[in-house]
Design a protein around this ligand. Structure first.
Ligand SMILES: [Zn+2]
Length: 470
């Protein structure tokens, strides 16, 4: 009797062990992000799973079989403004979950598993790519004739090409709001997310730059979705960018750290420990977003490295130059974390043919600075100072064939002063007279709500007015 009972107990224990060995993973939640050309589904899992994905037509739907898994709670997700009508689930066996995604149109799926990282546990990612309506546009001409395009992320068909230079083309500034989607970037103590703050600043900067005659700004990211680091520079290249400006907000182990910094790429290594730490945390983004497969192809790595070194020298000195101008302008609206342009090995700045800088607008981990970073007035001031630095750089170094180069060559930029620091006793009409601009142009260029000026206040002088000077 006792032996039989023992066998029964062992049997039960073995059964329990066998079920446990299969390790039923729980699907805890599903998140959804809509990008301009794809929709990303992210399943948060309690452990690893096997999976398969296939599509069915009439009606269009996608089937995701997740083996060794069951549902912890019903999946709740908003499918508004996506090509998805609904998401249904069914347990095919106690350990096999089927997710059916009903689609409004055919989409091309690509799926992969992500291992746990600092922010998330195991994840299954399914990217649903929109199918191009038209044929793919031809590749843009390379900016440097000797620099073939490096292998990067697959080209996205709907990205429009920049107009062909026609003697007075606009200078194009690619503004890159860091992070996005399931990669929130740094976080503040009250739940502020870097990805949101930097998108607001990027949009404001775009608005301001587009007011400047001879300049046009393009955003790499226009909403809350993830773009791999290499994908960001690829978008900039397709837009024909003359400069790449990546906007970020820091976090630091010490909540007391504050102030803005500007970074350029270093091929040799970071100039400071902070730069190294930051580069590590910013570069981690691709691990979070799962873009580990976009690095340069191994067999091309040597060649790419050589080309990168050759063409980097020119754009690196430009990057340091524009970086210093942006930094000194930012220093007028906020405290600087470091007084000179720092250099670190940021993946996002590795664009061989486009001068690139990364602006850390402040520390979101510092509660005082986090509040400032979220205020519209401070975002406008930061954008204004970045715009001023960028403009100063291009007025001194206009690319050939641009309107700004034409202005300079015809002597119309000779007396250009793009900004003015208010002195004691000066009024807005006095400044307007001095630069031969209208008071209203000054008001709108500086977003002034009142005509009252403060001593030391920085005013931007509109460039159209500068150009009109003899
Ligand atoms: Zn960042």
């Amino acid at each position: 009797m006792r032996i039989r009972a023992l066998i029964a107990v062992v049997g039960l224990w073995l059964t329990a062990f066998a079920v446990d060995a299969v390790a039923v993973t729980q699907v805890k939640s599903m998140r959804l992000w809509r990008a301009p050309d794809n929709t990303r589904l992210v399943f948060d899992l309690s452990g690893p799973v096997e999976h398969s994905v296939f599509t069915l037509t009439a009606p269009d739907r996608l089937v995701i079989d997740i083996n060794g898994a069951n549902l912890a709670t019903p999946l709740k997700v908003s499918t508004a403004n996506t090509p998805i009508t609904s998401v249904r689930t069914a347990q095919r066996t106690p350990t096999d979950l089927r997710v059916v995604v009903d689609l409004k149109k055919p989409l091309t799926p690509k799926s992969f598993i992500l291992a746990p990282n600092q922010q998330y546990g195991n994840r299954l990612v399914v990217d649903l790519y929109d199918q191009p309506a038209d044929a793919e546009p031809p590749a843009p001409p390379p900016t440097l004739a000797t620099t073939p395009a490096l292998p990067v992320t697959p080209s996205k068909p709907e990205i429009k090409l920049a107009p062909v230079p026609n003697g007075k083309r606009d200078i194009i500034i690619a503004i890159d709001a860091g992070h996005g989607g399931e990669d929130p970037g740094a976080s503040g103590s009250r739940g502020e997310h870097e990805k949101d703050v930097v998108l607001s600043i990027a949009r404001e900067l775009q608005r301001q730059i587009n007011q400047e005659k001879g300049f046009r700004a393009e955003l790499t990211r226009t909403g809350d979705y993830f773009i791999p680091l290499r994908g960001r520079t690829e978008i900039a290249r397709k837009k024909g960018a003359d400069l790449f400006v990546s906007i970020h907000a820091d976090a630091a182990p010490s909540s007391a750290a504050y102030g803005a910094s500007v970074f350029a790429l270093s091929e040799r290594g970071a100039t400071s420990e902070t730069a190294r730490w930051l580069a590590d945390s910013e570069n981690r983004s691709d691990l979070i977003g799962g873009a580990g497969n976009v690095s340069l192809d191994d067999k091309d790595r040597m060649l790419a490295g050589v080309l990168l070194d050759l063409s980097m020298t020119a754009s690196l000195s430009s990057s340091l130059n524009v970086g210093q101008k942006v930094l000194s302008n930012i220093g007028r609206v906020t405290t600087l974390h470091k007084a000179r342009v720092e250099q670190a090995a940021f993946m996002v700045l590795k664009s061989p043919d486009i001068p690139s800088i990364l602006v850390e607008t402040g520390f979101i981990s510092n509660s005082g600075e986090a509040s400032k970073l979220q205020s519209a007035a401070h975002q406008q001031a930061l954008a204004r100072s970045i715009r001023a630095g960028v403009k100063q750089f291009f007025e001194q170094n206009p690319p050939p064939g641009t309107y700004i180069a034409w202005l300079r060559d015809s002597g119309k930029l000779a007396r250009a002063e793009s900004e003015h620091t208010v002195r004691s006793g000066e009024t807005l009409p006095m400044v307007a007279t001095r630069y031969q601009v209208s008071v209203s142009a000054l008001r709108s260029a500086n977003d002034l709500k009142t005509d009252e000026l403060k001593i030391g206040q920085l005013l931007v002088i509109p460039s159209a007015a500068v150009a009109a000077q003899p």
